[in-house]
Design a protein around this ligand. Structure first.
Ligand SMILES: [Zn+2]
Length: 141
């Protein structure tokens, strides 16, 4: 994990991941680390109220990476409707890239793009184009 990533309180949600240096657009920032688990195990962990947070990142319908115990700073990437980063899934890897130039001390965010069927989660990202939810909401026209 790059040493320029650091964790501090975020205005979006509890803790966030920030950068201590400028990152240029399209730069590959880091990989999501953790334990590769089955869908069944991922759902069990997501519903476990004894855990202080959910850090499962789904690779596909069958597997997820759980960063709860073995994750790096990327597990603190918060959701934003106007994110600074995006991710790409390649096999069992999840890689984060800068979607634009990111300044020193900026928070790194991605679009969680939750399935609308999994229950709406209110968004507090504060961006001008905030859609109100972490889910990808399909609006009726
Ligand atoms: Zn938002």
């Amino acid at each position: 994990m790059p040493e320029f990533l650091f964790i501090k309180e975020s205005s979006i949600n509890r803790l966030g991941c920030f950068t201590s240096k400028f990152i240029s657009k399209d730069h590959c920032i880091a990989e999501y680390e953790g334990e590769i688990i089955s869908a069944e195990e991922a759902i069990k962990r997501e519903e476990d109220l004894n855990r202080s947070g959910i850090y499962t990142f789904w690779l596909n319908d069958d597997h997820a990476i759980d960063g709860y115990d073995k994750g790096n700073h990327t597990k603190y990437f918060n959701h934003s409707c106007d994110p600074s980063c995006h991710y790409e899934i390649a096999g069992n890897k999840i890689l984060f890239y800068a979607s634009r130039d990111i300044q020193n001390n900026e928070e790194l965010t991605i679009d969680y793009d939750y399935d609308a069927n999994s229950g709406l989660v209110v968004c507090l990202c504060g961006s001008a184009n905030c859609r109100g939810y972490l889910n990808e909401v399909v609006e009726n026209v």
